[in-house]
Design a binder for this molecule. Structure first.
Ligand code: AMP
Ligand code: MG
Length: 308
């Protein structure tokens, strides 16, 4: 496990004004990390991820057994920041029946005809499950803040600050509602540098097996880099709360991002202090009777009792 003190630097303090320049994108370049050396960190990160995969599987089983909570993990980031890979690696040890992933793309006409939270509400995890949103209702204060023309019918052409404040408020109230109803919400912004995004895009272009991943639209969005960073800063400032905190995860090194996310998730679930349900006295009597019946020799195929 990573020391809680170290993890604290990645949490957005509720009520603080976020300046993304104050959050690192490459943690291996920090003084703290340089002392350890990159190879040691890489090895340690792999160990932490492996340990946490096991912890997460156990935590999910307990989540299901105790039947009081669900967990919602939200991932947001610029393109190529590694959302898909992080989700794949962190969740790879969890029972597939215990988790679900939803990826949200451009909304359909039907979705745009509803309130902006509608499509996400339908995909919330039930009690006992870990739900993952690969993009989320945060797109509704991010991509559409950069491109208000994509807000859809019935929305203002030039939304003002008040419009966005109301959306942040709706999101905070929605997350309060989720928390009150037993959903633990954890939010991750995978913080990628512009240089690293360029390197990853070029890697996709240089590798025919990765061409399918490249979209011209990603390049167009890259040109709005500054606007996106600003929209992220505003959204993170307005919506990081104690009950649903934002984490700014340094994403330039995939192994760092994966180890951090896994550790934060495991820590937060363990903090819920869930317990396996207590078995009642009546049920204990029934269990003992069942054991006695099973331990008796079975009758043969003709229903004859076994010879004494
Ligand atoms: P990808 O995850 O790369 O397949 O891309 C999905 C695309 O859908 C991204 O460009 C998102 O910005 C876009 N998208 C997701 N949610 C919304 C939304 N609520 N409004 C507009 N675009 C969205
Ligand atoms: Mg994309």
């Amino acid at each position: 496990m990573i020391k809680p003190k170290l993890l604290q630097q990645f949490v957005v303090e509720p009520g603080s004004a976020v300046n993304l320049k104050h959050f690192v994108t490459d943690w291996t370049a920090t003084d703290e990390a340089q002392e350890l050396g990159k190879e040691v960190i890489k090895e340690r990160a792999a160990e932490i991820l492996a340990e946490n995969r096991e912890h997460l599987d156990a935590a999910q089983e307990l989540l299901y057994a105790s039947d009081t909570h669900s967990v919602l993990l939200i991932f947001q980031a610029m393109d190529a920041a590694g959302k898909d890979g992080t989700i794949r690696h962190v969740m790879s040890g969890v029972n597939p029946q215990g988790c679900q992933v939803f990826s949200f793309k451009k909304p359909s006409a039907e979705e745009l005809d509803h309130n902006f939270l509608w499509r996400y509400m339908k995909s919330l995890p039930e009690r006992g499950r870990i739900g993952i949103f690969n993009r989320s209702y945060y797109e509704d204060v991010l991509v559409v803040k950069v491109h208000p023309e994509w807000l859809g019918p019935g929305q203002p052409a030039n939304p003002d600050d008040k419009f966005w404040q109301k959306r942040y408020e709706d999101i905070n109230n929605f997350e309060k509602h989720l928390a009150r109803n037993g959903t633990l919400v954890l939010k991750f912004f995978l913080h990628l540098s512009k240089d690293e995004q360029k390197r990853r895009f070029l890697e996709r272009l240089n590798n025919p097996d990765k061409h399918w991943k490249f979209s011209e639209a990603d390049l167009a969005e890259r040109e709005h880099w500054k606007d996106y960073q600003k929209a992220f800063e505003q959204a993170l400032s307005a919506t990081s709360t104690k009950r649903a905190p934002w984490h700014v995860i340094p994403a330039d090194r995939k192994f760092v991002a994966r180890a951090l996310v896994a550790d934060i998730v495991v820590n937060a679930i363990q903090k819920l202090d869930l317990k396996f349900p207590k078995v009642s006295a009546d049920k204990r009597v029934m269990l003992e009777a069942a054991r006695a019946r099973l331990e008796k020799k079975d009758p043969d195929e003709n229903g004859e009792p076994p010879p004494a």
